[in-house]
Ligand binder design. Structure first.
Ligand code: TRP
Length: 476
């Protein structure tokens, strides 16, 4: 059976993987008894953990030495987090919760998902290839994980270009600052590499998952598209589409959906997404629709029927399950696997244990908030890593790792030196929580006011231009 485990073990049978696990367990034990170097033992344990995760994903069973996989494979329906081996962090397209106040352990997630860390070497390559200093989201580890970025850059250096694909599920009119993160970064990539971009608005997904009418979802697509356009995308290089409109209008897109549907079983999507027998069939086949824009042949008006333009998807890490599935299917339908860059989550005001939620107004700063609302929300709700009294704070200092105001500044304060100074002063106790919050308020108020100003300029005609299938302006 083929499932969506890490890439190297992709072709193995459960029995082969079981045997590889046995051997790796032996390896760890012998390194330990030989008192090998810690780094070497750690690396062996990391690999063991990764194999265990893959084994669980493939078989639905926990690996136990001496218990080979049973014939009757039942794929776990708890989604990609069901490894049972570490922490209680839950990360899937519908839930994010961390067991620690510092938030999700992203290093563990890289191991669990089988992706790669965005390291200094990759940043240097991005800088060299694009001629741009890496965006602060890259420098600060906000985009922290990737798949196949080296292949994308190898090709780019040989003058073979690529395109960007990202998306948004339009579940309400109200977008919050966290929703902008992938778009701000995608805009930077578009400018740095000078490449086309497609943005999928999954109004169909939101209709299937939420208690909303089709008309509402479609209206949210248009409203959200205005906020996305306000991030500054170039209309000559950007195609935004509603699934509800484009699926029916593009035979090539639908053909890729159907090819994907043929190559993924119900058992597999149960394992990846946790669907159950009582989920509607629309949900069960939806992942094929989120997969299709990863293939350049879905957009003949842009790529002139080319099947081999590589795709890079910037997204929050919770979307990875869709693209693990896509990457698993791609070679089997003769298409390229998309590359990915993953971001951490934007924390809720209440703390990094969970991400912002549009349904809890006090957990988020909305793009429609007034300066006064921004100030009140931060002062009232932003979780503080400071001490209870000024005396204690001056004496012991605050904790920037859990302080939401500081975390938000890592997203939005571009000046590295200023940020570092704030970190030092808060940690030493020189800077008080109220003062830190004031810096954040004064960073966000103008940023959001400017966004609102730009959004006002986005007329329905401009949205229409972005959403019209048409050739884009670029050369390959
Ligand atoms: N499923 C995503 C959401 O609910 C929307 C989406 C579709 C997406 N395609 C994407 C997000 C590609 C990132 C990248 O928001």
């Amino acid at each position: 059976m083929t499932d969506c485990q890490g890439d190297e073990e992709g072709g193995m049978s459960p029995m082969e993987l079981y045997e590889k696990l046995n051997a790796q367990g032996d390896q760890v034990r012998s390194l330990k008894s030989a008192k090998a170097e810690k780094a070497e033992i750690d690396a062996a344990i990391q690999l063991l953990l990764k194999l265990k995760v893959n084994y669980k994903q493939m078989t639905g069973q926990d690996y136990k030495a001496g218990c080979p996989p049973s014939e009757n494979l039942i794929v776990s329906n708890n989604g990609p987090t069901a490894d049972g081996s570490d922490g209680e962090d839950v990360v899937d397209p519908w839930n994010v919760s961390a067991s620690s106040a510092k938030g999700v352990d992203y290093d563990k997630l890289i191991v669990r998902f089988g992706s790669s860390k965005i390291d200094k070497e990759l940043l240097d390559r991005i800088e060299k290839a694009s001629g741009q200093r890496p965006h602060h989201f890259l420098r600060r580890g906000i985009f922290f994980s990737h798949r196949d970025m080296h292949q994308i850059l190898d090709a780019y250096e040989k003058h073979k270009s690529f395109y960007l694909y990202t998306g948004r599920g339009p579940s309400s009119e109200a977008m919050h600052v966290g929703h902008l993160i992938p778009f701000i970064f995608t805009k930077w990539l578009q400018d740095a590499f000078d490449i086309p971009l497609v943005i999928q608005m999954t109004d169909d997904e939101k209709y299937l998952w939420k208690d909303l009418t089709l008309e509402e979802c479609h209206r949210f697509t248009v409203e959200n598209a205005k906020d996305i356009i306000a991030c500054g995308f170039d209309v000559k290089k950007t195609f935004i589409f509603s699934d509800l409109d484009y699926m029916g209008a593009s035979p090539e897109f639908y053909r890729n959906v159907v090819k994907t549907q043929k190559h993924v079983t119900f058992n597999q999507v149960k394992g990846i997404f946790g669907f159950t027998d009582s989920d509607c069939i629309g949900k069960i086949s939806f992942p094929a629709i989120q997969a299709a824009p990863s293939f350049s042949s879905s957009f003949p008006q842009i790529f002139g029927g080319k099947k081999d333009v590589p795709c890079l998807i910037p997204c929050a890490i919770d979307q990875d399950p869709y693209f693990r599935m896509t990457r698993d299917v791609a070679p089997r339908i003769g298409l390229l696997k998309p590359a990915l860059m993953h971001s951490t989550f934007f924390p809720a005001l209440q703390g990094a244990q969970t991400k912002m939620s549009a349904s809890d107004p006090n957990s988020s700063i909305f793009l429609t908030d007034t300066p006064k609302q921004i100030k009140n929300k931060i002062n009232k709700h932003a979780f503080s890593g400071g001490k209870d009294t000024v005396e204690e704070h001056r004496k012991y200092g605050g904790n920037t790792e859990v302080d939401v105001s500081f975390l938000y500044l890592t997203f939005f304060l571009e000046d590295d030196e200023k940020l570092e100074k704030i970190r030092e002063d808060y940690t030493s106790g020189a800077l008080l929580t109220g003062e830190l919050k004031k810096i954040l308020i004064e960073t966000l108020q103008p940023m959001i006011a400017q966004h609102q100003e730009r959004r006002k300029q986005v007329t329905d005609e401009i949205v229409q231009q972005f959403m019209t299938p048409r050739p884009l302006n670029f050369k390959f």
